[in-house]
Design a protein around this ligand. Structure first.
Ligand SMILES: [Zn+2]
Length: 114
């Protein structure tokens, strides 16, 4: 399951950040999940719950926020929502598009108890 390895990487970041703050307990985690990230929010939650046992996030809840795939045209600077990585600008037909969001996972927020 792809999500389990994503969660394993997430925990490395969480533990590092918690250590920076001098905290031993994470109470909640909010993750932004891109539509084209290849990860399914429900599976991320399930993986999180499996993984969190015996970690500093054992009591934590994972909240996910889904975001669509959004691009900006490098030619006419129009921003648009697309559902495929291979996309063409709606306005000028250019294929020179810059990804703004939607292809990865992003840690939005982490609450800890000090
Ligand atoms: Zn354009």
């Amino acid at each position: 399951m792809h999500e389990l390895s994503l969660i394993a990487s997430l925990f490395e970041i969480l533990e590092e950040k918690a250590a920076e703050k001098g905290s031993k307990r994470i109470v909640s985690v909010k993750l932004q999940v891109g539509q084209l990230s290849g990860a399914i929010p429900e599976l991320l939650k399930t993986s999180f719950d499996i993984y969190k046992k015996d970690t500093i996030a054992a009591e934590a809840e994972l909240e996910t926020v889904e975001v669509p795939f959004k691009v900006e045209c490098n030619v006419c600077h129009t921003q648009m929502i697309k559902d495929d990585l291979i996309a063409i600008c709606d306005e000028c037909g250019s294929m020179d598009l810059k990804t703004l969001q939607g292809t990865d996972l992003f840690l939005l927020k982490m609450d800890v108890e000090i």
